[in-house]
Design a protein around this ligand. Structure first.
Ligand SMILES: [Fe+2]
Length: 237
């Protein structure tokens, strides 16, 4: 059983399929693919014949991917739709069930699967808010609530070691290492992730958001975009 990780898919079926091609020789129904936020397949509000206009994309994913698809939230997601989904107990924590094989990994959870622990914490500030409409193409819940931060802290305090951390954006120091600009409205989340970097004993950290594939700290921290990473293996480019 393999766990694959990739970056932002932005609701693009074709782009997701290109990544699937990279692992087609080994992908099985027992595997999992984790998207590090900006999944984007639960996005539109408008309905056609009683269904959300983009639900055909979820149909396609279910049809074309043999395995489970998991994602943390990014900033480009419809949080009203995501948060209205039913909770389900899975991997030792609570997920939001999108489809029978597609699940949202919630902020602050610690999941266990295949003997490995995963801390997940999605979200980021949308720098393109001025070009978007609130509660239609961006949502305030893209940034975590005080309760979500607190939930994360209380869960982390119960664990002395985390194998894998999956987030959308990344610790502030990594933004600096990338030579990127940290928006002041992202200060709380990237500062929080920086605190996690300093205080949590973890094995490896994967994040998306920055649309690049690059390793830091001898690949202990990995920025994911179009590559597909198999836990414990070198990336498929
Ligand atoms: Fe993105």
């Amino acid at each position: 059983m393999s766990i694959y990780i990739t970056g932002d898919t932005h609701g693009a079926v074709e782009a997701f399929l290109k990544r699937k091609e990279k692992i087609a020789d080994t992908l099985t129904e027992n595997d999992k693919i984790i998207v590090c936020g900006d999944f984007g397949f639960v996005f539109r509000y408008d309905k056609v014949n009683g269904r959300y206009a983009d639900e055909w994309k979820l149909d396609k994913l279910e049809e074309l991917f043999p395995c489970e698809l998991l994602f943390v939230s990014g900033n480009h997601e419809n949080f009203d739709r995501l948060y209205a989904l039913p909770d389900e107990k899975r991997y030792g924590g609570t997920v939001k069930k999108v489809r029978s094989s597609i699940f949202l990994l919630k902020r602050g959870e610690v999941y266990e699967t295949e003997g490995k622990s995963f801390f997940t914490f999605g979200g980021a500030y949308s720098v393109d808010r001025p070009f978007r409409t609130e509660n239609y193409t961006w949502w305030p819940q893209e940034l975590p609530s005080p309760e979500e931060y607190q939930y994360a802290i209380s869960n982390l305090q119960k664990h002395t070691h985390i194998d894998y951390i999956i987030t959308h954006t990344c610790p502030l120091r990594i933004i600096h290492w990338m030579g990127k600009y940290a928006d002041s409205r992202d200060a709380e989340i990237v500062g929080f992730l920086d605190w996690i970097f300093d205080t949590v004993d973890f094995r490896q950290w994967y994040f998306g958001h920055w649309h690049m594939d690059k390793g830091f700290y001898h690949d202990r921290i990995i920025a994911c975009y179009e590559n597909v990473y198999c836990l414990g293996e070198t990336p498929r480019k």
